[in-house]
Design a binder for this molecule. Structure first.
Ligand code: OAD
Length: 260
């Protein structure tokens, strides 16, 4: 066994003790948890979406005003990628955790539905969802699925459908840069982070606020926080631990070591 494996095993064993004892677990996830399902992250240097695209031209209200067809086509392409993907071992393990003797709440920054498809029932989406578009003008959510069209390939421009009430353009129901988080989801996420005794932070760079406050909130209220990420997580505080591995590799091992 090499040094890295030993370190990983020791980290997992220590984390398993915390998971075994925890009564209320929050699982806070970012794009990295869906990477092993084939969905690109944002900030990984070679494979992340922001290495190939400029978020300013795709994920702001201004971008939509200037080129709605570009933004809507990009959104349909991402939706197609998610539809083709399957939940991986990490999503499945988290869903299994939720069926054990502990309360488990998933707070995700992801706009995919892989937690739900894996079987998690309590999922708070902080950044919206690919499945619920809304009108850019009046914010109404469409009542039918006629907006839901397939797209041939990446980079195709598609005129957004119109709102059935005000004829405004439909936009993706996701939180763009500069926009507020959905207030009910945010309030519930904060309350849940305050009351948990363990928070697993999986596959997030922790760079986007206010979502990145969630693990901090848990720590401030006495919970332990375990980061699972193949990239180094630095400046760990008291009660904060890091496991250097992928979500799909670590989560099943962690659950099995904790006996859940
Ligand atoms: P990022 O792309 O910023 O970070 C992804 C993290 O996942 C990085 O720290 C990677 O090291 C890690 N990672 C990569 N592969 C992994 C794997 N197999 N297992 C575990 N971790 C892995 O994504 P987020 O932190 O989710 O906002 O980004 C936050 C927000 O920024 C997103 O919700 C999105 C984006 O702009 C909106 O869409 C509103």
């Amino acid at each position: 066994m090499n040094e890295t494996n030993t370190e990983l095993r020791e980290g997992l064993a220590a984390a398993a003790v915390l998971l075994g004892k925890a009564r209320h677990v929050v699982v806070f996830t970012g794009a990295g948890i869906s990477a092993e399902s084939g969905i690109p992250t944002f900030r990984d240097p070679l494979t992340g979406l922001w290495a190939r695209y400029d978020p300013e031209t795709l994920e702001t209200p201004r971008a939509f005003r200037e080129d709605a067809a570009l933004v809507w086509g990009w959104y349909l392409w991402r939706r197609m990628k998610v539809a083709q993907a399957l939940p991986n071992a990490a999503h499945k393990t988290i869903a299994t955790l939720g069926t054990t003797q502990r309360e488990v709440t998933v707070i995700t920054q992801n706009i995919d539905d892989l937690h739900e498809r894996a079987g998690s029932s309590d999922v708070i989406h902080l950044h919206g969802s690919l499945d619920i578009p809304k009108c850019f003008a009046c914010h109404r959510i469409p009542t039918d699925e006629s907006w839901n069209t397939d797209i041939a390939a990446e980079g195709v421009r598609v005129e957004p459908p119109r709102c059935e009430r005000c004829k405004g353009k439909l936009r993706p129901g996701i939180v763009w840069f500069g926009e507020d988080l959905p207030s009910r989801a945010w309030k519930r996420a904060l309350a849940t982070a305050k009351s948990c005794d363990l928070l697993l932070s999986i596959g997030t760079s922790g760079l986007v606020y206010p979502a990145a406050e969630i693990p901090r909130e848990a720590l401030r209220n006495g919970a332990s926080v375990i980061h699972i990420n193949p990239a180094p997580v630095t400046q760990l505080g008291v009660n904060e631990y890091a496991i250097a591995g992928t979500a799909g590799q670590c989560m099943p091992l962690l659950a099995s070591l904790a006996g859940v």
